[in-house]
Ligand binder design. Sequence first.
Ligand code: NAD
Length: 472
Amino acid sequence: MEDETVTTARDGPGDGREADAVERRGDDTVVEKQALHEGGTDDGAVAPEAPGETAADERAEISNFEVVNHYFNLAAERLGIRDDVAAVLRSAYREVQVQIPVTRTDGRIHVYTGYRVQHNGARGPYKGGVRFHPDVDLDEVRALASLMTWKTAIAAIPFGGAKGGVNCPANELEDGEKERVARSFLNKVDKVLGPTRDIPAPDVNTDAQVMAWMMDEYGKLHGHTPAIVTGKPISLEGSYGREAATGRGVVYMYREAAGTLGMRPSETTFAVQGFGNVGSWAARIMQELGAKLVAASDAHGGTRSDAGIDAEALAAHVREGGRVPDFADGEEISPVELLETECDVLIPAALGGMIHKSNADRLACRVIVEGANSPTTPAADQILEDKGVFVIPDVMANAGGVVVSYFEWAQNLQHFRWEEREVNDKLGRIMRRAYREVARRAEDDEVPLRVAAYEVGIERVAEAARTRGYIS
Ligand code: NAD
């Protein structure tokens, strides 16, 4: 395909791209820049619709790429991984960049850029979502692909890591325009995809409908192949339980931790930053356990009630188009107040970089379960550790989505459907096992869960790559 650029095995963070956002000291500590976003971008969810809707100073200006590589480097060094091997594991196997020309309703052709980064396939076919967002760029997609490699390894599911994206203004696109972007993207990256090669899934601003279009487009080229994407609608061989899976996995992780922390889920108070797919499902499932939601937020602001917010009612309010701060049964609060809410558990489920060195000290929770990708910067992580806040990191905590994507793929390959209860039970078993394996490692090595999780993930990927003969 003439408009496709394929680059292989780049040298990852050694290319200097991160230099303007962080300084790296000799000990490889990432020093965050003081500058903070206003309104700004996201790495994980819907962007604020208008300036001023998101409070200033919410996010640290450190990229996902820097965060993921910071933890990779830390764990690789602790594991004594050779430099040359670390360079292979850190960098992406294949990076595809394509042109997406779309005729929009204004009659003009708009040209967007699409990316598919396949980070590491040692443990199985590449797996990862496709994001439609104006801020998508190669660095972000590369970082999220790397995170997927470690996440699938920690969950011990037989996939590698990938991610994709198109830098289109998703919130402005009409359905027909979005469909043309999805079909064009699939067509352009088709050569590197396949149910045994690389299986996309939804991510920010892509949903079951977008997956249906992609499956249809792939089918035109190769015949009906439901296993080419996951996160499909139930009517097209999607899996029961997929929509709630990430939030449910977050709750399973907390339930495991609670036992060892002397906390009871039924007596837990919690707050959710980002009441979208992950946040609202996590809240509803926490509530089923008897926990009390005391504060929640979205891109417009937050709501709080010490008496408790009914998570089901708030989810219904949002489903009907309501904004979280307008919820009738709560008192409106600012995004900063949300973070400072006294509670047992905080679930960040919005954007990357929301907990940073300027606000970490003000958090008033005992436990953080990271639903979002990279919500906590390395400097904030250190502050939280010093404060004694127990952090269950993204790379294990939000793996529930890809685990149920694995179930969907397995069901599709057999053209067989599991009941929702079976899906949730299997998800629970995998999340519990992942938690216990990482927690044991953390205890043995006397390190936080995040470091232990990366150690476990890197070891598994390195072993697979070595056994295949890809590295020595
Ligand atoms: P979503 O778009 O459904 O929800 C995001 C929510 O965050 C929305 O309610 C939005 O209003 C809110 N938000 C945006 N800016 C905010 C701000 N400044 N302050 C507070 N809230 C804000 O997205 P999602 O699928 O729930 O994803 C959320 C996060 O979870 C992302 O980081 C994503 O990468 C991560 N994640 C999602 C999945 C999944 O299966 N959906 C899996 C793993 C990780």
